[in-house]
Each structure stands twice: as C-alpha cells, then as structure tokens.
Design a protein around this ligand. Structure first.
Ligand SMILES: *Cc1c(COP(=O)(O)O)cnc(C)c1O
Length: 365
C-alpha cells in the first residue's frame, strides 16, 4: 500500500519529534472524539478511570516486554523529557560520598554532566572534544576514579551521529541516555542500573521520558528530594503519583502495538540496519561527493550525518530536498551539514527515495 500518496504524508527525517507509524496516528484519530464508545476522549478522562488505567498498565507491560527488560527492572514514565533525567539521576543515585563518571561524547553528554555537577560530585571519564566528537571511546580509554557509583553514557549522540556499537565493559554499573536509539536494538541489560530516554525520538510524541531502573537501586535512592523527583515514588505509584501525560502515553501504547505487529525489537533492529546500510553505502560509493565525517565503527543507525562539497551546495541540497518531500535534513545548527534521522517508524522506502534524490542532485550539481 502506498501510504504516502494515500494521505499525502512527507518523509520526515527530523531529529525529533519523529515520524510515527501511520497506523498509530489513524487509530488515535479514530478514537479522539469518543474513546471506545465512552462519549469522551481519552485526554478528557480521569487518569484514575478504568479505561485509562487499562492503557497505562498495558503500556508499562509492553515497554518491558518489547525492550526485553529483565524482571528485576521497573519501568517509569516521567514528564520533563530526557533533560529532567540529567538532574533526577544524580539527585537519586549519588550519595555525598559517591561520584558519577561521564563519557563526554557530544552535546547531550555535556549537558548531562553539567546538570549532574550542580547536585553531586560528577567528573569526565573521557572527552571526545579533541577529535570533534567523531567517535566513542573504547573501554581502556575510560578513566574511572575510586568511589564511582556509575558510568553515564549517551548510547547515541543525536547531533554528532555516533553511537556505542559495543557498550563499555566496566566494573561499575552503567546508566545510559538512550533517547535517540531507544528501543531500536537489543541491549545488554546486565550492564545497566538505569536506562532512560525521551519518548519523542522513537516512541511517540513529546511529553515523557521512559526510565528503566533496576529494582534493587530503588531501595537506596535519595529520599531527601521533592516527591516528583523521586524514582522510588514513581515506582511505588506505578507512574501515577500525579496526573500522567495521558495522550503521550496513549500514543506510545499505539506505537508499541505497531512495533509488536511488525515483529518486535528484532524486526525494528533489522529495519534500522537496512535503512542505515542503504544510506551509508550510497554515501561511501559517491566518490567523496557525499561524505560522512564520523568514525566508521561508531556510525549511528539513527542519525546519519553527511557533508556535501561546500556549504553552498548543502544549503541548495536542503532547500531542494524540502520541495521534493524530504523534511528535516538540515544538520544541527551547532555542527552544520546534513543529517537524516531514521527513527523506528521511518519506512525503508523513505531512505530509498532519499538516496535516489541524492543521486539526482549529485548529477545535476
Ligand atoms: C533529544 C535528546 C535529549 C533531550 O530530550 P528531551 O526529551 O527534549 O529533554 C537528550 N539526550 C539525547 C541523546 C537526545 O537525543
């Protein structure tokens, strides 16, 4: 079925909020005015109603099931995006005698470290600045100090277009900001105490962060912060301590059902690999006309960055791509260039069409 022409949708390569499955959008549209015959929308209903509670509990269960989280992990839905987690994490996990180690791999990692340093003792375990944040470190490059509670990593740097292809092997638990490759690949849960990400890159609209946390960690979190900032309270109340972002959660629910319907995490991962291979193979075969500036071993599957021979050509490329129906290809303002963000719901055909456009552009310019 050609979903593009049916609804006149564009291919959205934006870095976030992201493209969502058409099936999920249409389902939400159908139910928006009257949810399953209730005579009102899910966003008008009490978050204590049985209709909403069913969605809420199902969403929590689907998150764990699809991501393959072990039984000793709890999943929380917290407002404030991934950005609030930059503060909540050290507030909850770093006792005064403990330190947080941070891999500074780009813009997002830097922000995470900066916020942690407001509340706690946090330090840089590795910094990719001298190489312009074009790669991730190997385990033996990490400098961990005595008394380190966790190593914080950013699994995928959305702006730089790099990822940890293999996760570090360290003798402290890791915590990870996985915002931009959330639920796009299988992860080694045994290495992590906390895994978090904003919903709007791979899972739904903005308005929530999903936090996976090891249950044994919850027993030792700091109780001396405001209620909303406490992981243990969100856990105890099953993410219903206060009014949750019901529409965001409803959309995440529909997206997760779509993920399941196409074959779950394994299918999602295969799709991501296929999309990335199509784009990187084309870029590599373009005789340098298109050029990916990052270390090959750390190339992101989600945010594919590339340059053209000049900034003038890049501006022309971005302008013409927009007219052709490819949205969001401009690189982040801090680094320039182009970036094709290929989140979970982006169809393979979107990438095939983009490569065909890139080839036409190359021949004409
Ligand atoms: C987008 C992004 C964030 C910020 O997410 P918000 O939900 O907007 O706070 C943090 N980290 C990474 C890696 C991101 O891609």
């Amino acid at each position: 079925m050609d979903t593009m022409t049916k609804t006149k949708r564009v291919y959205n390569f934006g870095a976030g909020p992201c493209t969502l499955p058409l099936e999920a959008l249409e389902e939400a549209q159908k139910e928006l005015v009257s949810f399953k015959g209730a005579g009102m929308s899910i966003i008008e209903m009490s978050h204590r109603s049985k209709e909403y509670d069913a969605i809420h509990q199902e969403t929590l269960a689907l998150l764990k099931e699809i991501y393959g989280a072990p039984a000793d992990f709890d999943v929380l839905i917290v407002q404030g995006g991934a950005t609030l987690q930059f503060s909540m994490l050290p507030m909850n996990l770093l006792a005064p005698d403990k330190k947080g180690a941070y891999v500074v791999s780009g813009t997002w990692a830097k922000k995470a470290l900066k916020d942690a340093q407001i509340y706690a003792n946090a330090y840089t375990a590795w910094d990719g600045k001298s190489e312009n944040y074009t790669r991730m470190p190997s385990t033996n490059e990490l400098k961990l100090e005595e008394g380190t509670r966790y190593l914080h990593i950013t699994s995928n740097e959305t702006i730089g277009g790099i990822r940890f292809t293999d996760f570090p092997d360290v003798n402290v638990p890791m915590v990870a900001d996985m915002s931009s490759d959330f639920m796009s690949r299988a992860i080694p849960w045994e290495k992590f105490d906390v895994v978090y990400g904003g919903a709007q890159k791979n899972l739904g609209p903005a308005g929530a962060a999903i936090v996976f946390i090891r249950k044994s960690v919850l027993e030792h979190t700091n109780k001396n912060v405001g209620a909303y900032l406490r992981y243990d309270i969100h856990s105890e109340k099953e993410s219903l301590y206060n009014t949750p972002p019901v529409f965001t959660i409803h959309m995440i629910n529909l997206v997760l059902k779509w993920v399941k319907s196409i074959g779950g995490l394994a299918a999602i991962e295969k799709r991501a690999e296929k999309r990335a291979a199509i784009l990187y193979n084309y870029i590599d075969a373009s005789n340098g006309y298109y050029n990916c500036p990052v270390n090959k071993a750390n190339r992101s599957m989600m945010n594919i960055v590339f340059r053209l021979p000049s900034e003038e050509l890049e501006a022309k490329f971005i302008a013409e791509s927009k007219v052709a129906g490819f949205i969001g290809l401009k690189g982040h303002r801090s680094v320039g260039g182009c970036r094709a963000s290929c989140y979970n719901a982006l169809p393979i055909e979107g990438v095939e069409a983009l490569v065909s456009f890139m080839d036409t552009f190359k021949k004409a310019n």
